[in-house]
Design a protein around this ligand. Structure first.
Ligand SMILES: [Zn+2]
Length: 299
């Protein structure tokens, strides 16, 4: 069975770029008679905006993007990430790293991690006392040295290799869980089979695929959609102040998002309500029509 998901971080409200990702993953799931789950990736409190989780949930509802099952909050699932880290450590696939960002930059020049702390012998580590109370060090995943290749649902064959696949952090020095580990564990536990999201996450998908393999999880089918950019090529994002979605524009925004996704939008939908628009979009969904390249919002 197809199980898809949308997993925003509550660092701000949803904007048109996030609507595109939510809509594409929703339509892909629903046109495959699948489930579409919602997870709030709230494991980085310093970056979060108070109230954003509830506003994201409200926005999706306002736009008619109804998820299946209960909303999952990553902040309530830290023990599961801890279990996965222990599994990696026992398999000798994770190691403590004492390097500062400055150390790494001085050694490698480009900021990519060079595997300096890989030599640590895990058998000397007392798991009970170190996790999650890791003192003064991060935990890194011992990423495979080889390149990883996979078939993307939209972009076709993709590959990623060192240094983009350099050993990445799974538990930060400040004891916050890294995005990679938490996402991989939750996608597995939620039974996710398909992920549709923006192509800015291509390297993250590669890293997740290496973690999926290391943890012996079932693999996931990824599809990466184009990003909406400003005229200067900058991604539409919370960081560059993309306006929050406004429920009053739901129908207009949905139609606009469908056309950005390369879908045929019948003119009869111009007067339709959001449910009719989504119903029609599910029936007529053509993922092969999604453009591969980023789209300027001014085009
Ligand atoms: Zn290190």
């Amino acid at each position: 069975m197809y199980i898809g998901r949308f997993a925003p971080s509550p660092t701000g409200e949803l904007h048109f770029g996030s609507l595109l990702a939510a809509l594409a993953s929703f339509l892909d799931a629903k046109s495959n008679n699948g489930l579409w789950l919602l997870r709030i990736d709230d494991i980085d409190p310093p970056r979060e905006m108070p109230g954003a989780s509830q506003r994201i949930i409200q926005s999706l509802s306002d736009y008619g993007l109804q998820w299946d099952k209960e909303v999952i909050f990553q902040s309530e699932r830290q023990h599961l990430y801890n279990d996965a880290l222990q599994k990696l450590i026992l398999a000798n696939l994770a190691y403590p790293c004492f390097c500062s960002r400055k150390d790494i930059k001085q050694r490698s020049g480009n900021g990519f991690y060079d595997g300096y702390c890989r030599k640590t012998d895990n058998s000397a580590i007392n798991l009970e006392s170190t996790i999650p109370l890791a003192q003064n060090h991060a935990w890194r995943f011992k990423s495979a040295d080889n390149q990883i290749t996979w078939q993307d649902g939209i972009l076709g064959e993709q590959s990623c290799e060192f240094p983009d696949l350099a050993d990445f952090v799974v538990l930060r020095r400040d004891k916050l869980w890294a995005y990679q580990l938490a996402v991989t564990v939750d996608d597995y536990l939620m039974g996710i089979t398909h992920i549709v999201r923006g192509n800015d996450l291509l390297h993250e998908s590669a890293k997740q695929l290496t973690l999926i393999e290391a943890l012996n999880y079932s693999t996931i089918h990824y599809s990466h959609i184009p990003l909406i950019t400003h005229a200067d090529g900058q991604k539409l994002s919370k960081q560059n102040h993309a306006p929050a979605l406004n429920a009053d524009n739901a129908c207009k925004d949905l139609l606009k998002a469908l056309s950005f996704l390369g879908q045929n939008v019948p003119s009869s939908l111009k007067t339709a309500n959001k449910h009719e628009i989504l119903q029609s979009a599910i029936i007529n969904w053509q993922p092969q029509a999604i453009p591969k390249n980023n789209i300027s919002i001014n085009s």
